[in-house]
Design a protein around this ligand. Sequence first.
Ligand code: HAM
Length: 413
Amino acid sequence: MNDILPDATPRWQYLEAVTRTVLAAYGYREIRVPILEKTELFARSIGEVTDIVEKEMYSFEDRNGDSLTLRPEATAGMVRAGLSNGLLYNQVQRWWSAGPMFRHERPQKGRYRQFHQIDVEAYGLPGPDIDAELIVMLARLWKCLGIRQVELRINTLGSPEARASYRDKLAAFLRGHARQLDEDSCRRLDSNPLRVLDSKHPETRKLVEQAPNLLDHLDDGSREHFAALQVLLDNAGVSYVVNPRLVRGLDYYSRTVFEWVTTRLGAQDAVCSGGRYDGLVAQLGGKPMPAIGFAMGVERLVALMEEEGVPVPDTAPHAYLVRVGALAERAGLQLAEQLRETLPQLRLIMDCSGGGFANQLKRADKSGARVALVLGEDEAKIRQVGFKLLRNTTEQVNVPWDTAAARLAPWLE
Ligand code: HAM
């Protein structure tokens, strides 16, 4: 679990602001849901035999003896919120939500126990056009953020029935070659054989190459849906790789699944993943309703932007107000407020640490400000202020208070 320090937050804020604008352009509205939910909600939606539910959840009993869990992901809570507020039945919703998620994983670069997601979900839309639009929207988001080095992988998991029959064939094949399987994959043979497909173990990977292919066992509806999605992506000029071994670590998916990966971050290469989960709403007690969504890993995207050299927006103050003397101290507060009133985008720090001109100007310089506003007793008396450029050697000039804002304006980018 990390502290995200003030030096790092400008990048986070930039990512969040750009994402919010792009999501609004596609009609997505924000929903805020609790960080704690009943443990049972996650067990029923993510799946009892997934890594998340089996070994990664932060669960505890509250004072009433109810088992609660710090959310490991946002989808289940958003569906729960939609159902408990009557917002899903017979309706179309486009929602996003952002915040911390918790998984007790083995921490490493790009994998944390508290991490942040921006999660986007669309309810009530069965066709491949919304699958395509979500992906196109992400391609636009990467462009707006200045991220270039990501690759899209897509797959389809078919209908639950087609998947169940494929699952049996796969399990039979793997059982026949059990000696080549790594320990983890052996354990998954009975409980969740599909996860063997995305094993990172070299021997298992070799075996998986020869395993029956999910794409050969699809139902007609899913095959058509997947083909239509690819046509839409081709038309939109979004490139992708079909990866028949892309399965997801959560059980609620059916049909389309996708992942954006990068080679720039090491082993934890997925920056955004999601897919369709047409069965989940009914599974959690609602009327059947199609749904699709994804979540972006904010830490990983921030790291990728850093890695790719995307410039950070400047958050240094524009101006730094130096006040020396009792009268100047009082008047300075007034002047600062007057400037902030006239220039709402102005970032102005008023020195409150005391000391003489030299000390305060040293702090002004260190703050990164471009302009020092210098107020001594003499200036305060006649309502003037010294205007001193800190990044070159031009002389300080004194200007009346009511022209100071106009003089500062060119220094706000
Ligand atoms: P997920 O693949 O488990 O899917 O997580 C989505 C993204 O969150 C990943 O691609 C990754 O970028 C980030 N992430 C996951 N675990 C960690 C971690 N321990 N540390 C840092 N980043 C992490 C879901 O959570 C689904 N709810 C996505 C979804 C929404 N599907 C449909 N709607």
